[in-house]
Design a protein around this ligand. Structure first.
Ligand code: ATP
Ligand code: MG
Length: 227
């Protein structure tokens, strides 16, 4: 097994059959020992964080499979905290696609002149570049096309998939009386060039609230995986 990439929260291995193996680690992002899913550095290690993230990710990827939504998911091994996935190539050096149902976070920081905190948004999709150095800047459809990161057709596919996937997550949370405010997804192209959801869908990828109160990622994962 060859290690392809050492990420902040996961390591990526190449299996003999060509598939990839994602090893979920207990490292979480944050600063000064405080967990912050939006941070770009590993801040601390929390025992069991890797397994909890994998459990939630598996739950959502199984739901997506039932609905024939294309993802990289093949199988999970909770014992070894690994997930076998289809290898993908990312757009440029990686994009994040966000779907927003309520105005919080960076949306509010940018558009606070025109939006109120917690204001309802209609599955609003936006794309950011994975670029730690530049603070993951938002990028428009035109700029993505102009810079050769993706085609206009691919953008539309990405947008539609993001809305469909986010809706599945939103419904799942709603079953536990939790409201999804926003969620961040990653996509890639498979060997045939088809677009797939990749990476993970864990507590740190979304903001969730119950009766207007924010639920921390680890607490959210506990609630979602409780029998
Ligand atoms: N199916 C896949 N094919 C190829 N790369 C993948 C696939 N699924 C996930 N990845 C990549 O594997 C890496 C996982 O590592 P990790 O989540 O620790 O990310 P990171 O890049 O260090 O930090 P960040 O969470 O800020 O992206 C990511 O770069 C992700 O884009
Ligand atoms: Mg990541």
């Amino acid at each position: 097994m060859k290690k392809r990439y050492e990420g902040k929260t996961k390591d990526v291995y190449e299996l003999e059959d060509g598939n990839f193996l994602l090893k979920f680690k207990d490292d979480v992002t944050g600063e000064d020992g405080v967990f912050d899913p939006g941070a770009n550095t590993v801040g601390l290690t929390i025992e069991g964080a890797g397994r909890a993230g994998l459990k939630v990710t598996t739950l959502f990827f199984e739901k997506l499979k039932e609905r024939n939504i294309p993802t990289h998911y093949i199988a999970s091994d909770l014992e070894n905290t690994t997930m076998t996935v289809v290898p993908a190539t990312v757009f440029g050096e990686g994009l994040e696609v966000i779907c927003r149902y309520r105005a919080v976070g960076s949306f509010l920081r940018r558009y606070g002149k025109y939006a109120e905190e917690g204001q309802a948004l209609d599955s609003f999709v936006e794309v950011t570049l994975k670029d730690d150095e530049r603070g993951d800047p938002p990028i428009s459809k035109d700029a993505l096309e102009m810079l050769g990161i993706l085609t206009s057709e691919e953008y539309e596919t990405l947008k539609k998939l993001t809305i469909d996937i986010s809706e599945v997550v939103k419904e799942e949370l709603a079953k536990k009386d939790i409201e999804l405010y926003d969620i961040k997804l990653e996509f890639g192209r498979d060997k045939a060039g088809d677009i797939l959801l990749i990476d993970e869908i864990s507590g740190g990828n979304m903001r969730a609230y119950r009766k207007g109160e924010y639920i921390e990622p680890l607490e959210l994962e506990k609630i979602l995986t409780a029998e």
